[in-house]
Design a protein around this ligand. Structure first.
Ligand code: PRP
Ligand code: URA
Length: 213
């Protein structure tokens, strides 16, 4: 599952995820199925991305006897990068409804390809547990690097990034600046084109998700 050329990158080669991702890549998939597929893939990915979450033993009374079970032992925070990250966050929350949500609004400047921050609303105690940053596209890595910088400044320690499609350029930049972060991706694509789009990719994730092309 680990991409051979990168450490700290987990790539999901699961048939269900690849099947759904292929529909997302298809230019004829409109925003309605796109939204549903992104939601479903995020829900499937969260299973692996949360594997090492700390748990606390708790007593539980079954209809037959008392036994010991386990509950999540730390506050988990999910942080979508707006806009497109919102589509993934909903799928993650379906699996982990007790998670808190922080919001980061970042938009990539089309000329410089650098992110502009327009919103930051985060829980105060981000150091209280793992933080799951969600954004479908990791292209140049500028948005992810900026998002993680903001999360670190706000106290986050255990950071995991969940994305759909990553470019090698973005992974290299992100891990150079934040080597402790684990990246979970449904696919690592070939490269970026001269406009900073991932190829083959799936186009502009925010536009495809919200029908704003
Ligand atoms: C997309 C995507 C990432 C960013 C990735 O968002 O959702 O946030 O681009 O590109 P990068 O790795 O080169 O920074 P965009 O800025 O297009 O905003 P949107 O979601 O509002 O469309
Ligand atoms: N942002 C997107 O939405 N898609 C890309 O391919 C690159 C950045």
């Amino acid at each position: 599952m680990t991409a051979r050329e990168f450490t700290n990158v987990i790539v999901f080669n699961h048939p269900l995820i690849q099947h759904k991702l292929t529909y997302l890549r298809d230019r004829s998939t409109s925003h309605r199925p796109f939204r549903a597929l992104l939601y479903q893939i995020a829900g499937l990915m969260v299973y692996e991305a949360t594997r090492s979450l700390p748990v606390t033993p708790v007593e539980v009374e079954t209809p037959v006897e008392r036994t010991i079970g386990s509950r999540l032992g730390a506050k988990v925070t999910v942080v979508p990068v707006l806009r497109a990250g919102l589509g993934m966050a909903e799928g993650v929350l379906e699996m982990m409804p007790e998670a808190r949500i922080g919001h980061l609004g970042l938009a990539r400047d089309e000329r410089t390809l650098e992110p502009v921050v327009y919103l930051k609303r985060l829980p105060r105690d981000l150091d209280a547990g793992p933080v799951l940053l969600v954004d479908p596209m990791l292209a140049t890595g500028g948005s992810a690097v900026q998002a993680i910088r903001l999360l670190r400044e706000a106290g986050a320690q255990d950071l995991r990034m969940l994305c759909l499609v990553a470019a090698p350029e973005g992974i290299t930049r992100l891990l150079r600046e934040h080597p402790q972060v684990t990246i979970y991706a449904a696919a690592v694509d070939r490269q970026l084109n001269d406009k900073g789009y991932i190829i083959p990719g799936l186009g502009d994730a925010g536009d495809r998700l919200y029908g704003t092309e």
